[in-house]
Structures are given as C-alpha cells and as structure tokens.
Design a binder for this molecule. Structure first.
Ligand code: SF4
Length: 345
C-alpha cells in the first residue's frame, strides 16, 4: 500500500473528531454525537468517509477478523406488535404461521450445527411483545444449554423487566438484542404498538443486569437521511454504546406495510456502516438482514467501511441469508478470517 494513503496515518482520523463534543462522566469519558455531526459524516465525499472509517477500524480492530453469528428463530410468528417491516406480526397477512417455542433438543441441535459451521455466537429470537415468566424459565434453560456448548449466547425476546434481564443473565446470557430500528422522530411511522422509550427502558434493564447489548436498526423503511443520522446518534450516545450493532437493509416482505419500500442505494448503506464504525469504534458492526441483496462487491465495501460481523447461516429468522459456504468463499477471496471463539464464553 502507498504509505501516503495508509489509513493508519493519524491525520486520517483528525476530521471526525471535530464533530465531537466530549462529555465527561465519572465512570469514563464518553463522546456525545449530535444528529448534525453524524449527518456531516454521512455527507462526506464517499472516499473520504471510507478512509476515515477504515482508519478508525484499524486502530481499534487490528486483527481485522469477522465475527460469525448464527440466529435461530426459536418461536416464530403470531406477534401482537405491528412493526411495519416484520412478517412475524399477527397483524399482517404474510403467510408466516405462528409456532410454539422450539423444544430444547431442537435448539441444541441447531446450536451444535452452528458451532460446527464456525459460529462463535448463537442468537435465539422469539416473536414476543414481552416474555411471560414461564417463557423466561424456558429460555433460561435453553440459554444455559447453549452456553455449555462453548458458544456465546444472545437472545432477542422483546421487552424485558429488570428482574427478567437478571434471570437471563443468571442463566448465562452474554448478549441481548433489542434494536432501536430508526430515529425517535420516525419511530411511530414504523410501529405504533409501543414507544421509543419502551426500547430504551429494556436496554437499560439489560445493561443493569450486566448483559452486553446488541442494538442496531434498519435502513430503507422510507426514512429521510436525517432519520438515519438520528438513529446512529441514538446508538452512539447510549452510555456505553452497544457492543454489537446490527445494521439491516430492509427486506420488503409482501403483506407488510413496508412491502413497497424503495430499495436502498447500496452506497448509502455503506455510508451508514462507515459512520457506525466511526461513532462506535469498539462495537462489532454487523451486516444483518438484506446482506443477500448487497452482493459480494458491496459487502466488500462494507468490510472496508468497518463491518466486522455477519449473520452466518441459511436463514435469518424468516428471511433468506447467504449460504454459509458462500460466506466462507467470500471471506477467503477477501483474505478475511473468521473471529476465534471466545474462551470461557
Ligand atoms: S419485529 Fe419483533 S416485536 Fe416487531 S412484530 Fe416482529 S417479532 Fe414482533
């Protein structure tokens, strides 16, 4: 690489810092991001933005590996919420049948298969508005069993109380996924059965229980550019920001209110990845739903922009995901290697 273009050059990261206004806390210094500051990053010339994102990425992730996470829907469909993008809502006619919670042995078989395929994290998703106490007991059993396989555990089960978050933590839960989806100002255009504050409350309960946070959003739901900036600012200003940040590109599903959404410009998607990397340098930024539509070249740009985690496997809840073998081929072609399993996870 031409040394003059080396992204490790310190001046390469100088510019984004001008958008920061540091906020001191007693625990550790954090940086607050204004929506305007995030927007300014999103609006940078594309190559400047990628340069800066890659510089931040190399500084914080010198190993440059890619985390492989596998997601299993343990309880599909029949959800009372009305998230406009979701085929699992009982309010939309999408052909997704409601199912009961998968038995423990089926969850374990899927977790073993994921481990064999190289996954280091196993995420279990259930289409609940909020789990009942008996659901928490059953999920605690599944989490403990998956954890015993040596996998990192993650769950996404809807809204949690602090006591429920603590019960999941006690069972061995490492991460809890709860997405903010979009900016607060656009949230009610996407879902009306809950408030943005409900999401923040659950995130607080999860943090309070000592569980790591997986939280991201969806691009392509008809949001304005300022809403993308607003989402990223919300995520980056969580204190601390999430350890995992899944960025989804909407997969429009027939029967959902967002079925007719215009496709996202792939370069705009790359921009969002880059700004997520710059504003949340230590987070695993994950390419999630919609990766199949991006194609190999855009995924490569996303990795350059700082994505370092993918959902791995054939199915992502109820939408398709690139086959595991295709992922392995792509990583090989790019000279990227999967992250090693975390010992003692
Ligand atoms: S995204 Fe989750 S909460 Fe919303 S409808 Fe789908 S399963 Fe329910």
């Amino acid at each position: 690489m031409n040394q003059a273009l080396s992204p490790s050059a310190p001046e390469a990261v100088a510019r984004p810092l001008t958008f920061l206004s540091p906020k001191a806390t007693s625990a550790r210094p954090t940086q607050r991001w204004s929506v305007a500051g995030v927007q300014a990053l999103l609006d940078l010339p594309f190559l400047d933005l990628l340069w800066q994102a890659q510089a931040v990425h190399r500084q914080h992730w010198p190993a440059g590996d890619i985390e492989l996470a596998t997601l299993l829907s343990v309880k599909t469909g029949g959800c009372p919420e009305n998230c406009g993008y979701c085929p699992q809502s009982a309010q939309f006619d999408t052909g997704v049948a409601a199912q009961k919670l998968l038995p423990l042995d089926e969850v374990l078989a899927a977790a073993r298969a994921a481990r064999e395929a190289g996954a280091t994290r196993f995420c279990m998703g259930a289409a609940w508005r909020a789990p009942k106490e008996r659901d928490i007991e059953k999920m605690a059993e599944r989490i403990a069993a998956v954890k015993a396989l040596g996998l990192e555990t993650c769950a996404t089960l809807g809204m949690l109380t602090p006591a429920q978050a603590q019960a999941l933590k006690a069972s061995g839960l490492d991460y809890y996924n709860h997405n903010l989806d979009t900016a607060p100002e656009y949230y009610q255009d996407v879902v009306s059965t809950r408030q943005y504050q409900d999401r923040l409350d659950t995130l607080q309960a999860v943090r309070g229980a000592g569980v790591k946070v997986c939280c991201g959003g969806i691009i392509g739901m008809g949001e304005a550019p300022v809403h993308r900036a607003g989402l990223l600012a919300q995520l980056a200003n969580l204190d601390p920001y999430p350890e995992s940040v899944p960025i989804n590109s909407l997969v429009p599903v027939p029967g959902t209110p967002l079925a007719g959404s215009a496709p996202v410009d792939p370069l705009d998607f790359v921009r969002v990845i880059a700004v997520a990397r710059i504003t949340m340098p230590r987070a695993r930024v994950r390419l999630s739903a919609g990766r199949q539509q991006l194609g190999d070249a855009v995924q490569a740009l996303c990795f350059l922009a700082g994505a370092n985690s993918i959902f791995h496997g054939d199915q992502l809840l109820v939408t398709g995901n690139p086959e595991a073998e295709a992922d392995e081929r792509l990583l090989q072609r790019l000279g990227l290697r999967p992250a090693a399993r975390v010992e003692g996870a």
